[in-house]
Design a protein around this ligand. Structure first.
Ligand SMILES: Cc1ncc(C[n+]2csc(CCOP(=O)(O)OP(=O)(O)O)c2C)c(N)n1
Length: 319
């Protein structure tokens, strides 16, 4: 499928926005401006940007504790996103959720989730609602390789296949679950292999290559949208940083970290677009400037917003 220059530049811009947002979050967290924990996806941006580039505003996304990139790529409003992470009243959850609980239903960000594997059953809910109403919208559920060992993963894939639900299960496999390497918690090396056990297609791509991610995601989204049921899409990525901001990764060989950082999805896509004369001199600088201005504005908004009020603790709760 041929695509326009603007579409390709938008994908590059999306990856740059994710990277710069997370770099800023890490900086603000280290300075003590942000409560709780922050998990960044630096180095993994091609998955969020690539998959979300094929979705429309009516499509839904579920994400994880490492979910800033997915929310940003889906178009979350940066001001309220930042205010939520700052713990401020203007945040999407009035500052009570923080980084692991951002959500913006206006753009289909159903929610991040601090419970590993927690998004999978919720994705069945949005996908079932879409199928029931005949809406032709798709749900993408992002999760990690660690989450693919939770019961929720197996239950969700089974029902999704059985009911042909319009969902794409996107496993962002960075080969670590906190401080444990993948080989210590699962026998198979590829999560996509597990698709066969549930009767759905499983695909595995290089998640550092946004072109590959986009092609595979497009096929999976089209299958879901046209009533063909779910797909398990595994994107193999490399984790540049620790599990959370502040984790020095002492449990990892320094060469492994060094090697991971040689796979830069932004640099490689910029090179591809440069060689094709899609990216012209000055384009990347313009993208950087525009993204910086958006982030500066969002941070200023968050910092000026009132703190979440402890007196509101019991409002908006069910029981
Ligand atoms: C149900 C549950 N078990 C354990 C944890 C603690 N925990 C937080 S993140 C994480 C690792 C998740 O690994 P993975 O799914 O591969 O995602 P990644 O962090 O690599 O993006 C664990 C075990 C949790 N939050 N929820």
């Amino acid at each position: 499928m041929s695509e326009t220059r603007n579409e390709q530049l938008a994908v590059l811009e999306s990856m740059v926005r994710i990277r710069r947002v997370e770099e800023r979050l890490a900086e603000l967290f280290t300075q003590g401006n942000i409560p709780g924990f922050i998990h960044v996806s630096i180095g993994q941006e091609a998955v969020a940007a690539g998959v979300c580039s094929g979705l429309g505003p009516g499509d839904s996304v579920l994400t994880t504790h490492r979910g800033h990139g997915h929310a940003v790529a889906k178009g979350i409003e940066l001001r309220r996103f930042m205010a939520e992470i700052y713990g401020r009243q203007n945040g999407f959850c009035k500052g009570r959720g923080g980084s692991m609980h951002v959500a913006d239903r206006n753009v289909g960000v159903v929610g991040a989730n601090g419970i590993v594997g927690g998004g999978l059953p919720i994705a069945l809910g949005t996908a079932l609602a879409s199928q029931y109403r005949g809406e032709k919208t798709v749900t993408v559920c992002f999760f990690g390789d660690g989450a693919s060992n939770e019961g929720t993963f197996h239950e969700a894939l089974n029902i999704a296949a059985l009911w042909s639900l319009p969902v794409v299960f996107c496993c962002e496999n960075n080969s670590w679950a906190q401080f444990t390497p993948q080989s210590s918690y699962m026998k198979v090396t590829s999560v996509a292999q597990r698709a066969a056990g549930y009767g759905m297609p499983g695909t595995c791509v290089d998640g550092s290559d946004v072109t590959q991610v986009r092609a595979a995601a497009r096929e999976a989204v089209e299958r879901a949208r046209s009533g063909g049921g779910p797909t398990l899409l595994e994107c193999k990525v490399l984790r540049w940083q620790g599990h959370y901001v502040g984790d020095a990764q002492k449990y990892r060989a320094p060469d492994d970290v060094k090697e991971a950082r040689t796979h830069d999805p932004i640099r490689s896509y910029a090179e591809v677009l440069g060689a094709a004369k899609v990216l012209e001199p000055g384009d990347l600088e313009k993208i950087e400037q525009c993204v910086k201005a958006e982030i500066d504005d969002a941070v200023a908004f968050a910092a000026a917003s009132p703190m979440a009020d402890p007196a509101d603790l019991l409002t908006d709760v069910y029981a």
